[in-house]
Design a binder for this molecule. Structure first.
Ligand SMILES: NC(=O)c1ccc[n+]([C@@H]2O[C@H](COP(=O)([O-])OP(=O)(O)OC[C@H]3O[C@@H](n4cnc5c(N)ncnc54)[C@H](OP(=O)(O)O)[C@@H]3O)[C@@H](O)[C@H]2O)c1
Length: 239
């Protein structure tokens, strides 16, 4: 979702800084974005606080002119509540800590330059509603926190002309599911989940990127503090 959004922004003439774990996916993302415009990498595992500190330093030194921010890093591995270990819990909440302080760094730049800006957090439908087939207690708790952060920052930053919104996706086909299901089970597993959604299919990364790009753009200039359900209708009701 984050990469597809960056592609959409770069296609419209923007530039992108991608923060991701060091490695091939980050390098490939930046190489592919650079074919259409300007893109820079910052390598960091966001669950590692020292690497978050270093990423903040690079953002301050090299990218304090940023006016758009998408907080997209995340994952979910469904697991029953009684099976959660501390490490499972920390994996979600450490990501929220990184999101909180990286956002603070970017907002400091937006305030210092006086340009205003737009921020979109990727939350989750599970922060609103639990699904028996995908038990996700620690994930949902963290994403509910991200939704609450969205409301708080919308209020605190409105005076600086910085809008803060979130999207709440239901099941969306992204690279993420390559880690959840074996390759030979992936299509069948996702097809099985399609029926949950009133619109009869799971989402695509472009479904989310279209909503996020709208919330980043001046087309949504009177929208802040919104948690936009981009979920095939699941929050209206489940099939
Ligand atoms: N797909 C869904 O059904 C769904 C539903 C609800 C919410 N969401 C949320 O949507 C957001 C985007 O996920 P996606 O579906 O687009 O999955 P994705 O394709 O796997 O993208 C998520 C990105 O986050 C990165 N990331 C994860 N942990 C990280 C860490 N510790 N440090 C740095 N980067 C890290 C991943 O890097 P690696 O490639 O190195 O792992 C990946 O590039 C996430 O916040 C997710 O929780 C997804």
């Amino acid at each position: 979702m984050g990469l597809t959004t960056a592609e959409n922004v770069v296609e419209k003439g923007g530039s992108a800084v991608i923060i991701g774990r060091p490695g091939r996916r980050l390098d490939d993302a930046v190489a592919s974005l650079s074919r259409s415009g300007s893109a820079w990498p910052i390598a960091a595992d966001l669950t590692n606080w020292e690497q978050v500190v270093e990423a903040r330093k690079q953002l301050t030194q090299n990218h304090s002119d940023a006016t758009l921010l998408v907080n997209a890093a995340g994952f979910v591995l469904p697991k029953p509540f009684l099976d959660h270990e501390v490490a499972d819990y920390d994996a979600y909440h450490d990501l929220n800590r990184a999101t909180f302080f990286l956002t603070q760094t970017v907002v400091r730049g937006m305030v210092a330059t006086g340009q205003g800006g737009a921020i979109v957090n990727i939350g989750a439908m599970w922060a609103h509603q639990a699904i028996a087939a995908t038990p996700s207690s620690a994930f949902s708790m963290a994403k509910a926190g991200l939704h609450a952060l969205t409301h708080n920052l919308a209020m605190e930053l409105a005076g600086e002309n910085i809008r803060v919104n979130a999207v709440a996706p239901a099941i969306t086909r992204t690279h993420h599911f390559d880690k959840v299901f074996a390759p030979d089970q992936l299509d069948a597993a996702l097809e099985g989940l399609s029926g949950l959604h009133p619109l009869g299919r799971i989402g695509t990364s472009q479904d989310l990127a279209s909503a996020i790009t709208f919330l980043l753009s001046t087309e949504s200039s009177w929208t802040t503090g919104a948690i936009l359900n981009v979920d095939g209708g699941v929050m209206a009701g489940r099939n």
